[in-house]
Design a protein around this ligand. Sequence first.
Ligand code: PEP
Length: 256
Amino acid sequence: MARRPLLAGNWKMHKTASEATKLVQQLAYSYDDAYAGVDVVVCPPFTALRSAQVTLDFDTSSPIRIGAQDVFWEPSGAYTGAISAAMLRDVACRFCIVGHSERRMYFHETDEDVARKAAALIGEGIAPILCCGETIETRESGRTLAFVTAQIKAALSLLSASDAEPVVVAYEPVWAIGTGRTPTPEQADEVCAAIRDTYRELYGVAAGEALRILYGGSMNVGNVDAFRAMPNIDGGLVGGASLKAEDFMALVKAFS
Ligand code: PEP
C-alpha cells in the first residue's frame, strides 16, 4: 500500500516569533509543486505558532501545515504554564509531537502521560506524532524491539481503532537525536516493522498497512535517501536539519 510521506520539522526551543515568520516564509517560497505528494509540517515553539500560521495563511496556496511540540491533556483549568489541545486547534495546529525523548528526559513524562496527551489531541481533531525510541543501553542489551513496542502499546492504550487512524509514529533512537550518529537504515526499518506489526495486532491489518512511521535522529541530506528506501519508513521527524529552509526542503524533495 502506498502511504503518503510526511516530513515534520521539530524546531525545539529555537526561533522567536519573528524568526519563525522568516523561516516559514523561506519554506513557503522554496516549496515546489513537485512536493505535492508529501505532507510537510513545521512544529515551532508555542510562542511562534500564531505567527507561523498567519504567515502561511497569507500565502493561501501553501500546503505546509503547523504542528505543536507538546500539549497538556486537561481541557482547561488551573494548570499554570500548560496548553490544551483546544488551544492548539485554535491556532490551526493539525499535528502535535508527543512523547519526545527530550520531554521524557527533562520533564519526566511517562508512557501514561503520553497516552493521555494522545487521547486529548484526538478529541480535538489533531494528529499526534507519537515518539518512541530506545537508549543506547537498551539497544546494546538487545531489548530494543520489546522496549519500543511496549512504549507504543502504552501510548495507544486509550485509543480505539477509529481514534487511532490519524496517529503518526516517529521512531527516534534516543542516542541518534542531535548526535550525528544513526542506526543503519536496516536497523531502523527493523524497529519500524515491529511498530507496524504492533499496530496490526491492536487495530487490524488495514490499520497497520496505513500507519505512517517516521524515522528521526540526525536525518540529513547525506543520509535521507538510504532511510527513504526502507519499506517501513514513510518520512522523517527532523530536528537540526529543519532549522534551515534549504536543508529541510532537500529532505522534503528526497521523499517526493
Ligand atoms: C528530533 O528532535 O526529533 C530530532 C530527530 O533531532 P535531530 O534531527 O537534530 O537529531
